[in-house]
Design a protein around this ligand. Structure first.
Ligand SMILES: Cc1ncc(COP(=O)(O)O)c(C=O)c1O
Length: 620
C-alpha cells in the first residue's frame, strides 16, 4: 500500500512537475481546439445562442457537454460587439496551445526507452520503499553493502607494518621524521606499482617509463609551491603552461595559427569548460535562452558531458550509436538539432568501445546549423596526430582543419605521458576561448578572473607536464603511438581469429579493445575470472562488455592477455556446458553481481549504491 507521504512525494517529484509543465496545457488546449474545429462544421449553436453563426463561427459550438464547459470561459450568450474580443482570445489561446504542443512534441521526441523505463521504475521504487518493511530491508541491505565494500577496499591487514598506522583522525602530537615518512611512502608505492608496471591494468598509467617518471618527480619537487594563479610570482610556470598549450595546439591546429589552448586539470575539466564556453557563446551569439540550452551527444559520450550538462543546467539529448561500429548515428544527431542546441559532442575515440566517431560529419553539421562542436580527443590526442607517421594511415584526420570543430580536449596525462592532473583544451580562436573565463570585477577581494574551474592550481603539475613533453619529443611520440596501436591491433586480431564465447565489440580502430560474450556467456563472469588471474579490466554496460585500454605497459603482453582471456572464457563456457546455473554456484559475486543488479534496477537505487561506494572511499 502506498502511504500518504509516498503519494505526496510523488506529487512533488520532478517527474510530476515535468508532466504538468509540458503536457497539461497541450491537453486542455487540444480539447479546446477540437471544439473549435467541431464548431466550424456545426452551426447549430446559433439556434441556442440566438445570433448569427457565420459572423461568430469561433463560438458556434454544438450544445454538447464539452462546449458547455468551454462556455464557462466566455460569457454566454455574448453581445455581438464582444465577439471580436472573443475571437482574439481564442486565437491567442490557439497560439499558446500550438507553442505548448510543439514543446510537448519536442519533449516526446527526446524520450528514450531506457530513461523512461528507469523513471517509471524509479517512481514505483520510491513509492514502495516508503513502506516500513521494505525500508527496513533496504537499510539492512545498504549496511551489508557498506561492509562488503569496506572489506574489498580495505581488506584486513592492507596496511600491515605501516609506521603511521591506519585510520588516523588527528594530527600526530609531534611531527614525524621526514626520512621515516618517505620510507613509509616508498613501501606503499612498491606494493602498488606491481600491478600497473606489470601491464595488468587497463588504461590508468599510460607510460610509466622510469626516465620520464624521474624527470617529472624532480620537476614536481622544484615547483611544489608554485601557483599559476600568480604569474607575477612564477613567470616560469606561465612559460611552461603557454608552451604546453602551444605544443599541443600545433598537433591539431590543421595549419590554423589562431588555434589556442588552456591547461586544465584533466579530461573532465576540459569537457566541463568546453561545455561552458559553448553555452555562453550560444547565449551571446545565438540568443539561446538561459533556460533552454541543449547538448546533442551520442550515448557513448563520456560521463563527463553528463556531469557538465547537470552542473550547467543544460539538457543532454542522447542519440544512438551504430550497433556494429559503435560510432554515433549522424542522421539521428542531425534530427536532434534544434534552435536551442548549444553544442554537438563527438568522440575520437569513445571510452567504452574505442570507436572513432565521424568527426568530419559532425563538423559539417556544426557548420550547417551554426552550432559549436567539441571533439573529445582526451584519449586520442597524442595518438591520432602521430598515427600516419607511425604507419597507421587508415586512421582519420581529427583536427581543426575540419571547419566546424570549435574545441578539442587532449589529455596530456594520458598518452602525453605526463603526471596525473593535466589536459589541454584547444579552441579555434581566442574569441571562443573567452567564453570559458570566469570574470568577477566587483568582488570585495579585488578584480577577479580565472581561466579554468579552479582558483589556485598546482604549478608543479604544469612543470612536470612541460618536462615530459619536451623529453619525449615528436619522434618519441610517433614511436610510442605506433607501439600502442600495434599492441591493440594484435589483441583485436587475436579475438577475431576466434576465442569461443567471446566477440569483438566494434572494430578496435585505435587503442581500445572491447569484447562481449556470445553463446550465452556472461562477460562480467569472464571479467571476474580475469581479475582472479590478475587483470584489471574495465566493465562496460549497454551492451555488456569488457575492455582493455592498451598502453605502453601492454607492449609485449599481447599473447598472455589473449591466452588468459581464452582460459577465462573457456572456464565460463565449461560451466554453461555442465548446466550449472547461478543458483548452483551460490551467490554470484564481483562485477557479475553488481552489473547484473544495476541492469535490473532503476537509476535511483543504483545511484544510492554508487553513493555508498563513494562514502566508503571517502571514509575518514
Ligand atoms: C574519451 C574520454 N573522455 C574523457 C575522459 C575523462 O578524463 P579524466 O579522467 O582525465 O577526467 C576520459 C577518461 O578516461 C576518456 O576516456
Amino acid at each position: 500500500m502506498l502511504t500518504r507521504r509516498a503519494l505526496l512525494l510523488q506529487r512533488d517529484s520532478i517527474y510530476y512537475q515535468w508532466l504538468r509543465g509540458h503536457f497539461f496545457l497541450p491537453i486542455v488546449g487540444f480539447a479546446a481546439m477540437v471544439l473549435r474545429i467541431k464548431s466550424a462544421f456545426a452551426p447549430a449553436f446559433s439556434e441556442v445562442h440566438n445570433f448569427n453563426s457565420s459572423t461568430v463561427h469561433t463560438i458556434a459550438l454544438p450544445p454538447s457537454l464539452l462546449s458547455r464547459l468551454l462556455f464557462i470561459l466566455s460569457p454566454s450568450p455574448l453581445a455581438p460587439q464582444y465577439t471580436p474580443y472573443l475571437t482574439l482570445f481564442h486565437d491567442i489561446l490557439a497560439l499558446l496551445i500550438l507553442y505548448n504542443t510543439i514543446q510537448a512534441v519536442r519533449h516526446l521526441r527526446r524520450l528514450q526507452w531506457h530513461t523512461l523505463n528507469s523513471r517509471v521504475k524509479g517512481v514505483v521504487f520510491n513509492a514502495i520503499r516508503q513502506a516500513g518493511p521494505v525500508r527496513r530491508k533496504l537499510e539492512a541491505e545498504t549496511r551489508a553493502l557498506e561492509a562488503s565494500l569496506e572489506r574489498s577496499l580495505r581488506p584486513p591487514g592492507w596496511n600491515k607494518g605501516s609506521y603511521t598506522g591506519g585510520g588516523r583522525r588527528s594530527l600526530p602530537t609531534e611531527g614525524l621524521a621526514a626520512e621515516a615518512l618517505l620510507r613509509e611512502m616508498e613501501g606503499f608505492v612498491a606494493k602498488e606499482e606491481r600491478k600497473w608496471k606489470g601491464g595488468w591494468v587497463s588504461g590508468a598509467v599510460y607510460g610509466g617509463e622510469e626516465a620520464v617518471g624521474n624527470l617529472m618527480g624532480r620537476a614536481v619537487a622544484l615547483y611544489a609551491l608554485a601557483n599559476p594563479l600568480h604569474p607575477d610570482l612564477w613567470p616560469s610556470v606561465m612559460k611552461f603552461e603557454s608552451e604546453v598549450c602551444g605544443m599541443v595546439c600545433r598537433l591539431v591546429d590543421g595549419g590554423d595559427p589562431d588555434v589556442v589552448g588552456c591547461l586544465t586539470s584533466g579530461g573532465t575539466e576540459s569537457i566541463l569548460l568546453a561545455v561552458k564556453a559553448s553555452r555562453d557563446r550560444a547565449w551571446a551569439e545565438k540568443g539561446v535562452g538561459k533556460a533552454e540550452g541543449e547538448i546533442v551527444a551520442c550515448v557513448s559520450a563520456h560521463a563527463a558531458v553528463h556531469k557538465a550538462a547537470d552542473l550547467m543546467g543544460l539538457r543532454l539529448i542522447l542519440v544512438p550509436m551504430d550497433q556494429t561500429t559503435y560510432q554515433l548515428d549522424l542522421s539521428a544527431m542531425e534530427a536532434a538539432i534544434t534552435a536551442s542546441t548549444v553544442l554537438l559532442y563527438v568522440s575520437a575515440p569513445t571510452f567504452a568501445q574505442g570507436a572513432i566517431d565521424d568527426v568530419a560529419g559532425v563538423s559539417r553539421l556544426g557548420g550547417k546549423y551554426g552550432v559549436s562542436v567539441h571533439v573529445d580527443c582526451c584519449l586520442g590526442g597524442f595518438i591520432l596526430p602521430f598515427a600516419r607517421r607511425a604507419g597507421f594511415s587508415d586512421l582519420p584526420t581529427v583536427d581543426f582543419s575540419l571547419p566546424g570543430v570549435t574545441s578539442m580536449s587532449i589529455d596530456t596525462h594520458k598518452y602525453g605521458y605526463a603526471a596525473k592532473g593535466t589536459s589541454v583544451l584547444c579552441y579555434r580562436s581566442k574569441a571562443v576561448r573567452r567564453y570559458q573565463y570566469f570574470c568577477f570585477p566587483s568582488w570585495t577581494g579585488g578584480l577577479y578572473v580565472t581561466p579554468t574551474l579552479a582558483g589556485s592550481r598546482p604549478g608543479a603539475l604544469s612543470a612536470a607536464c612541460w618536462a615530459a613533453l619536451m623529453h619525449v619529443g615528436e619522434s618519441g611520440y610517433i614511436e610510442r603511438a605506433g607501439a600502442v596501436l600495434r599492441t591493440a591491433r594484435r589483441i583485436a586480431q587475436g579475438v577475431r581469429e576466434g576465442i569461443p564465447g567471446i566477440r569483438l565489440l566494434g572494430t578496435a580502430p585505435a587503442m581500445i579493445v572491447c569484447v562481449g560474450g556470445t553463446n550465452g556467456l556472461d562477460i562480467y563472469g569472464v571479467g571476474d575470472r580475469m581479475s582472479k588471474k590478475g587483470w584489471n579490466l574495465n566493465s562496460l554496460q549497454s551492451p555488456p562488455g569488457l575492455h582493455l585500454c592498451c598502453t605502453l605497459r601492454h607492449v609485449g603482453r599481447e599473447e598472455s592477455f589473449l591466452q588468459d582471456l581464452r582460459e577465462a572464457a573457456g572456464e565460463a563456457l565449461e560451466e554453461i556446458r555442465e548446466g550449472k546455473t547461478e543458483k548452483d554456484k551460490g551467490s554470484i559475486k564481483g562485477n557479475a553481481a553488481i552489473y547484473g543488479m544495476a541492469a535490473t534496477l532503476p537509476a535511483g537505487p543504483v545511484n544510492e549504491m554508487l553513493g555508498t561506494y563513494t562514502d566508503c572511499v571517502l571514509k575518514s
